[in-house]
Design a protein around this ligand. Sequence first.
Ligand code: IVH
Length: 671
Amino acid sequence: MEVKRVQQLRAEIRRHDELYYRDSSPLISDREYDRLKAELAKLEKGQGELDLFADASPSPTLTVGDDRLDSFASHRHLSPMLSLDNTYDKSEFFEFDQRLRKIFEADALPYVVEPKIDGVAISLTYVQGKLERAVTRGNGAEGDVVTQNVLHISELPRQLEGSRIPEVIEIRGEIYMTHGEFLRINEEREKAGAPLYANPRNLAAGTVKLLDPKEARQRKLELVLYGLGACEPEHLFERQSEFHAAIVEWQLPTVEKSWGSRNADEAWNAIKELDELREGFAYPTDGAVVKLDSIMGQREAGATAKAPRWAIAYKFETEQCETVLLGIETQVGRTGAVTPVAHLEPVVVAGTTVSRATLHNADEIIRKDLRVGDAVIVEKAGEIIPQVIRYLPEKRPEGTHPYLFPENCPECHTQLSRTEGEAAWRCPASSCPAQVRGRIEHFASRGCMDVENLGEAVVAQLVEAGKARDVGELYALTADDLLDLEGFAEKSAKNLIVALESSKSQALWRLINGLGIKHVGAAAAKDLARELGSLDMIAKADEESLVSIEGIGSIMAESIQGFFKEEKNRELIARLESHGLRVEERTQAVGDRPWTGKTFVLTGSLVEMTRPEASARIEALGGKVSASVSKKTSYLVAGPGAGSKLAKAETLAVEILDEAAFLTMLAEPGD
Ligand code: IVH
């Protein structure tokens, strides 16, 4: 029985390793994964060391996972990139200290405590201070060379400046993505009909492994460095704390805070303090890493096949809650993808009430064997998006049935289909009312044509009544047409007609975004509008001229060409043009763009306008809006509730504007 469980656990862990490292799309939370690992370790202990790898990975080095892909060149690390032993348990942390003290026959050992950043491990090699390459962890011994995909990280130095620059050095750290950037990209992906990323870590990992560096450049990645790999001369640094000081001197981005401690008790206090502070850090922090301060001592303590003996990761618990799965509903998006959504008995998780959670796709429900009526465990992935982790077998009520994914569209009853290799079932009928509603809602939304008074409910009425079968028909509507609909009176009908009329002169990028071309979000729409100037030019552009535009990669180019090739799309555009929509970029004299070259970062809340409005105003004046503060930032606009960005701007001496000062600048942009 036990042997069977061990085999089962090994197979399961291997599968999750692949999903996490190679595909950047894990199906279970880190906590669940750690539980599987802990269970396996316990059983293996009982079985003795000899057959430890009998039917597991072919080589013990694979115990750190393997992120390598065929499409990248491989590079062998000068010093291996190991994993860390994890614990969630205070007593295990003190056992770690005890083991080390035994090795060194010491009463107390000095440690450094650092945040454990939940990102993607990276190794940067500098030769004579010059950045040579960036390599992923890979299998620990060799990884993928991803230099081109990370070069756009503004904090990533190409050249080390300062004293004590070694001949060769490998510096280790994590690439991560802020929650804000994660939400921005997922929002764009949702609009573009692309599958969503589960959390910022996966999105960062996916970005580092993009085959097209130009697409990687569209997504803001950040970097934090903490570790020493190989170094020549070898004994340049004696302590971890000394290396940390060098990182600061060389102006490399590093952890906001680390703690020196004289013994395990002090280190434990630091871990608790870190847990209190981590919410305010710029990067996702899922634990503390405790390292022996002496680098000589680290060498002496050595490592097992998987992890060093001189360091341990103490992970913080993610809050999990139990609730009941009341039902599973399916939703049809504008691209036809059918997504199952869990209805839950409302429960408070990590500060907010959760009553719905996406179940991703049909396979996910089968894999977890979730059934309506089950007691389930819910947690927030990356502390943001609620996830149903598993059901509780001991609480399964009698008479439940395995969930049957619908075979037909819940909206138009067309038989669903699934493309090989894709997880989603789709409704193939483009006239499906749910898809029509989705396309019109998207077109009218704030990030696109921003048509006031055309929200979900009105769109549903128009589609239901057959008055708008596509976005072109919106512009043929008259006030009389609207008066037939429930809830419309003279005034509201006129308001909607006026809003539609004024949307006709929206900027070209809004129209491009509104068309819903797969993979093309707001950022790419702006690039296309700026570079090509009209829908006609975009339609005519060949692949070569499309990919020569900064920000447009080959996948996007293909999708754009496919879109304009389709007769019904061309007909729609002709109709929009005949209604008087602006299909060309309005040329602006440089004098109208006085903020050209200025970069703004917005943080905290604004009162007079929303952040997207503020961004639009800045861009209209020629300025750029960036997600994070760097030396290149011209102004930080900080409203109430500003946090780490404000602190960073202060350290970098970036000019800080409150909302009033920003409004004054907007009123007199030429000054
Ligand atoms: S030190 C020999 N310090 O977590 C391993 N790792 O789960 C030395 N990580 O492989 C790693 N923050 O990719 C270290 N402050 C930190 C870290 C950190 C995140 C990552 C790293 C490591 C993994 C283990």
